[in-house]
Write a protein that binds this ligand. Structure first.
Ligand code: 13P
Length: 283
């Protein structure tokens, strides 16, 4: 069932686990993720970047794709369709108007004042339509959808001010994580994470979930993280299996056979993460 992310994240916060956000890129990924999450009875957030939405045809196509799969595959877990790193009010509005149930407004490239202003604008529009909103404070590093950023750690006062002034539903404080591959060991500030959790009573989000070791993930969950985003790890696993299949089966040209060679890879990563994050009712 397509729902906003409020209830699933509040449950995660109360019971101390994290809901996975898996980013989607096409029909097959969406299908594999939904099937595996449903099998393991885990809620899921399907993350769609602006670039991925454009690649798939647009927000309406993505919405119809997800809605159609939920019906055709008899998916009964809670599913949120979430705009990942919306860069403007217009982009968030467009996603909401086309049926997305959750959006992230990424005002992290602006000053705190401007970030608050744009986040508040999105929250007003979204809440009237029962859509949840995520914001970012500080700067998550690495490459997200072609945009490069250096790490800038969030500060506690900025997080408190943004949350109080905007009424945002969940917050991604940048605390050392990076989109894509880490150069060296990730340095995630879980001490500050706890301080933020204790000060602002809303679920926290960890971006750049790929490449963070299990211990740091577990520590982050016990420090207030209720949603963890995974994208690159799915891409790497899928890519590896497809390459091997193509290499081993040079005479196959049926796209269904080629693309679905990545199915087990995606499903394995999804299963591993659900187990690690503790989001399955069967865990
Ligand atoms: P990774 O690509 O590093 O897994 O991060 C995903 C993410 O945070 C999407 O917002």
């Amino acid at each position: 069932m397509l729902v906003n992310a409020k209830e699933m994240l509040n449950r995660a916060k109360n019971s101390i686990y994290a809901v996975p956000q898996f980013n989607i890129n096409n029909l097959e990924w969406t299908k594999y993720i939904l099937e595996r999450c449903n099998e393991l009875d885990s809620p899921v957030i399907l993350g769609v970047s602006e670039g991925a939405a454009k690649y798939m045809g647009g927000f309406k196509t993505v919405y119809n794709l997800v809605e159609g799969l939920i019906i055709d595959l008899n998916i009964t877990i809670p599913v949120a369709l979430h705009l990942d790193h919306g860069r403007s009010f217009e982009s968030c509005k467009k996603a909401i108007d086309n049926g997305f149930t959750s959006v992230m407004i990424d005002g992290s490239s602006y000053s705190l004042e401007e970030n608050i202003k744009i986040t508040k604008e999105v929250v007003l529009y979204a809440h009237e339509r029962n859509v949840t909103v995520e914001a970012e404070v500080g700067h998550i590093g690495g490459n997200e959808d072609g945009i490069e950023a250096d790490i800038a750690y969030a500060n506690l006062e900025d997080c408190i001010e943004l949350v109080l002034k905007t009424g945002v539903d969940f917050l991604a404080p940048a605390l050392g994580s990076v989109h894509g591959i880490y150069k060296g060991e990730p340095k995630i500030d879980t001490v500050k994470m706890k301080e933020i959790r204790d000060a602002i009573d809303i679920p926290l989000v960890l971006h750049g979930g790929t490449g963070i070791g299990d211990e740091i993930i577990k520590n982050s969950i016990s420090s207030g993280i209720c949603k963890i985003n995974i994208n690159t790890e799915l891409q790497i696993a899928w890519n590896k299996n497809i390459r091997k299949y193509v290499e081993d089966n040079k005479d196959v040209y049926d796209p269904r056979k080629i693309i679905s060679a990545g199915e087990q890879a995606i499903k394995e990563v999804v299963k591993e993460k659900i187990k690690l994050f503790g989001s399955s009712s069967e865990a």
